[in-house]
Design a protein around this ligand. Sequence first.
Ligand code: G4P
Length: 287
Amino acid sequence: MTTKQIQWFPGHMFKSLREIKERTKLMDLVIVLLDARLPLSSMNPKLMEIIHHKPMILLFNKMDLADDKVMNTFLKHYQQQGFYTLKIDAATGRNVSKIRPLAEQILKEKLDREKNKGLKPRALRTMILGIPNVGKSTLINQLSKSSATKTANTPGVTKSQQWIKLGQDFELLDTPGVLWPKFEDPKVGFHLAITGAIRDKILPEEEVVYYALNYLQTHYPERIKKRYDIDQEDSLETMLDKIGKLRGCLLKGGDLDYERIYHIVLADIRNKQLGGLSFDRFEDVSV
Ligand code: G4P
């Protein structure tokens, strides 16, 4: 990826990692929210380095938009690595009710130990971490909907931070930890752009759509055949031509309106018109 393409990479990433490191010290458990369609691209390896010692749940959000088969392979892989995982749809609330019991199960030993030492029972604390647009606010809303009111500001933490009570003994920090993904691999940038995790126009739209069409042609040939009548041997030009003609994307003189074609392809992908799709593949796992 060229310097120009990554200019938008925010300089405050290191600051937020430092802040997250500080805040996680207060937590009994952290919830890492990943995009189920791109569990590798939406995972920040630096984050994993600073929180690897913490009890943790990996949540695969937007399960409704992912390719089940690929998503399940990733889930199995992380479970085999010893991670606790859940796939959820924060938008509808699917599986969200399983989060707290899982957290309690993970922390049971710690709690029992504290009890045996004669320590007073206390509320367990957790926070949600993830890249922008992965669904952190949606999940926090779901979790607070199903539970109770906010507690008052707690002494010792910043005034603006509040804890949401989840049931009797569980508290969630209402400010999620936002961090940026890692872009050294250009694929990551494309995957984030295709799924709308980063704003359109940050990467050149035509490059994003070319990448997407090539990817679909390789991994989901039958889906793009059905929707756009694209064949596996079609060139990029032919693909754009077919989509443009099929969807009436023509300018006054009869030329193809490429801008409209790009928008149609991206909207179809994001609105599930091509079915559940995954953009990270298991072959790309390096651990
Ligand atoms: P963030 O706090 O991590 O930045 O993300 P946020 O909750 O704002 O969610 C980003 C977008 O993802 C929102 O859509 C939200 O509705 C959507 N979203 C979150 N979880 C899920 C999920 O499990 N499935 C699906 N399909 N979508 C999910 P938006 O277009 O920005 O807003 P809106 O359409 O909800 O108004």
